[in-house]
Design a protein around this ligand. Structure first.
Ligand code: NAI
Length: 332
């Protein structure tokens, strides 16, 4: 007997594949919606007991107010980041937000390593060239990772997992995090200031959550402090990087390459098939012209293990809330 209906916004066919089995034999019924949660679509949740959102859904104050009017007191985030939720407004309205703090840090860390190897050795370009029967390797000169210095910004679950994966490469590992990890020393991680990190590293990889303080932490000024030819990897959140400044850095050859699984204005593009229309975001369009830029559509999390864990934790969060049990994954 289904007692609680949850409106799932911004769903794709693969969400059904993981969440339908996850709610079997539970009191939950899922209303799968393709629409992202916006001011216009919020009314679709009117008869539901909770909403479930993903990275590009919007939980601003006006939307939370609407949910509160519908009597909804629970928001489930089927992701780790919660930068898209107005926490103050949620608290004021008595709305609880629960997230999935960790599902597979390995999924994102392994993907970041894949992006680095691909960019360095130009594998993305080689794939296309060979398919055109062009077997030339001109322009594909890479560098050994051995002996290079890599900087990890944010050494939480994903950053530390990434550092563990790098153990076999013989690199110097530097890190910046206001709260250093306990197991950092045994991984050979050396903490330095953010500026020192920018000065010293051949590669910079971003794994910190987006907050009001670190919006555009990669900007004209910080790029100016980086080594010429630096490779920048961002599998965290797009707004950590001022993309216009990144484009200028790429044009000036100050930046040697960028691996981006996230983009600051990704909402209208990522996860969607837009192949029938021209890109009207000029910054994204310019970014896609660089041979040394690899953009992917926020897919670092997307492994079987991770999506199964997301479904299990999300439904576990809903059960805990409606059963009045302790809420271990509370955002607010
Ligand atoms: P976590 O909470 O375990 O670790 C984050 C670390 O960043 C903490 O140690 C914190 O002290 C540090 N930090 C916070 N602000 C910082 C700053 N300004 N500079 C340097 N360090 C800072 O988070 P976790 O699980 O490692 O995830 C990190 C981020 O990865 C998430 O917030 C999310 O935005 C992103 N992510 C991306 C995915 C994708 O598919 N591309 C999937 C999952 C997460």
């Amino acid at each position: 007997m289904k007692k609680f209906k949850i409106a799932f916004f911004d769903t794709k066919p693969y969400d059904r594949l993981t969440f339908e089995p996850a709610v079997e034999n539970t009191p939950f019924e899922i209303l799968f919606l393709e629409a992202r949660l916006t001011r216009h679509s919020v009314k679709m949740a009117e008869e539901c007991h909770a909403v479930c959102i993903f990275v590009n859904d919007e939980l601003s104050a006006p939307i939370l107010e609407k949910l509160a009017q519908f009597g909804i007191r629970l928001v489930l985030l089927r992701c780790a980041g919660f930068n898209n939720v107005d926490l103050e407004a949620a608290k004021r309205l008595g709305i609880t937000a629960l997230r999935v703090p960790a599902y597979s840090p390995r999924a994102v860390a392994e993907y970041t390593l894949g992006m680095l190897l691909c960019l360095d050795r130009k594998i993305h370009r080689a794939f296309c060239r060979v398919r055109e029967n062009n077997f030339s390797i001109n322009g594909f000169l890479g560098f050994d990772l051995y002996g290079k210095t890599i900087g990890i910004v944010g050494t939480g679950k994903i950053g530390i997992t990434f550092a563990k994966l790098l153990q076999g490469f013989g690199m110097r590992l530097l890190a910046y995090d206001p709260y250093p990890a306990k197991d950092a020393a045994e991984l050979g991680l050396e903490y330095v200031s953010c500026d020192e990190l920018y000065h010293a590293c051949d590669i910079l990889s971003f794994h910190c959550p987006l907050s009001a303080e670190n919006v555009h932490m990669v900007n004209k000024d910080s790029i100016g402090k980086m080594k010429r030819g630096v490779i920048i990897l961002n599998t965290s959140r797009g707004k950590l990087i001022d993309t216009a400044a990144l484009v200028e850095g790429l044009k000036a050859k100050k930046i040697g390459g960028a691996g981006l699984d996230v983009y600051e204005e990704e909402t209208d593009y990522f996860f969607e098939d837009r192949s029938d229309s021209a890109i009207d975001d000029d910054v994204l369009a310019r970014l896609l012209t660089f041979p040394n830029v690899l953009v992917t559509s926020h897919q670092a999390f997307f492994t079987r293990e991770a999506v199964d864990a997301i479904a299990a934790t999300t439904i576990g969060n809903a059960s805990a809330f409606f059963d009045g049990k302790p809420l271990v994954n509370k955002v607010c």
